[in-house]
Design a protein. Structure first.
Length: 122
């Protein structure tokens, strides 16, 4: 099913974001929309990366177990995380973070699209 294929890609993407946050927090803070060279801030970036990696593993677990209800719920809740990230970046930087806002916005909409595919069993 297409929803399952996209879910696998999302899981891998989340896990890659987590690995990137751990390996290169300064670069990921730029991509995230809140650039910082402060080592203390890098701890927060790594925490966000851990969150994303865990979300990826949860999605992968439900995908492997074929629990479509839990898979759909996790993808939908991941969209809520994306919307929250959008709001955080917008509150901190406003329209100056246009590309990061676009990434968070498109990601959120994409997750909702995948959730719909899962719900419709496509």
């Amino acid at each position: 099913m297409i929803g399952s294929i996209f879910s696998a890609l999302v899981a891998l993407s989340f896990f890659a974001l987590g690995a990137g946050a751990y390996a290169a927090p300064a670069k990921l803070s730029e991509n995230y929309g809140l650039p910082s060279e402060d080592p203390t801030a890098h701890g927060y970036v790594r925490a966000l990366g851990a969150r994303d990696a865990v979300l990826g593993l949860i999605i992968l677990t439900f995908l492997i177990s074929k629990d479509r209800g839990a898979l759909g719920a996790t993808v939908a809740l991941s969209a809520l995380v994306g919307a929250s990230d959008f709001a955080i970046v917008y509150a901190a930087r406003g329209k100056a973070a246009k590309s990061s806002l676009a990434i968070h916005g498109v990601g959120t909409v994409g997750l909702l699209f995948i959730w719909a595919l899962i719900r419709l069993k496509i």
